[in-house]
Design a binder for this molecule. Structure first.
Ligand code: IMP
Ligand code: MG
Length: 179
């Protein structure tokens, strides 16, 4: 796995520090409230596990799965729900947790979908933000790191379901996905 990584973009230590800071910020912003965290499977699972433990107000956890890129590295623009919510979002403070926002198409779809179910509030927390390829604007309340337009893996992010368990964010060698 390691030999497929060109460079470490965000170290394990920097990830841990930033997740802790985000948790503190969220704890302050939601003081006296409860949060329904909705993770976007599968990439956000690892970030959500750490982030939820850095938040000191009560949280409930739910997950959604939407169609992803499959084995390609760019968005098809088509979003399909593979796994719907188990919790009722009506009247809740929803925090959508995403691994990375690239084109923004996935999040745009999800935020509209969740808003149509009448939550009290909806905010987005993303570990990574790749603004160079944005096609639709999405309001990001909490952002871990803004990164340049590289295809990255690790800490939940995959290429063809591999590399999710790397403890850092690394740039994948282009020859891995260019054939
Ligand atoms: P968007 O709809 O283009 O914003 O895509 C968001 C989704 O694409 C993320 O949840 C990831 O699953 C995937 N994605 C986008 N960029 C990368 C990347 O650099 N590495 C791994 N997955 C990515
Ligand atoms: Mg993915």
């Amino acid at each position: 796995m390691l030999e497929d990584v060109e460079k470490i973009l965000v170290s394990q230590e920097d990830l841990a520090k930033r997740v802790e800071q985000l948790g503190q910020e969220i704890t302050k912003d939601y003081a006296g409230q409860e949060i329904l965290m909705i993770g976007v499977l599968r990439g956000a699972a690892i970030f959500m596990a750490d982030l939820s433990r850095a938040i000191k107000v009560p949280v409930a956890l739910d997950f959604m799965a939407v169609s992803s890129y499959g084995h390609s590295t760019s968005s098809s623009g088509v979003v399909r729900i593979i796994k719907d919510l188990d919790e009722d979002v009506k009247g809740k403070h929803v925090l959508i947790v995403e691994d990375i926002i690239d084109s923004g198409l996935t999040l745009k779809y999800l935020i509209d979908y969740i808003k149509s179910r009448d939550p009290q509030s909806v905010k987005i927390c993303t570990l990574l933000n790749k603004p160079d390829r944005r096609k639709v604007e999405v309001p990001i309340a909490y952002n871990g790191f803004t990164i340049p337009d590289y295809f990255v893996v690790g800490f939940g992010l995959d290429y063809a379901e591999k590399y999710r368990n790397l403890p850092f964010i690394g740039i994948l060698k282009p020859e891995i996905y260019s054939h």
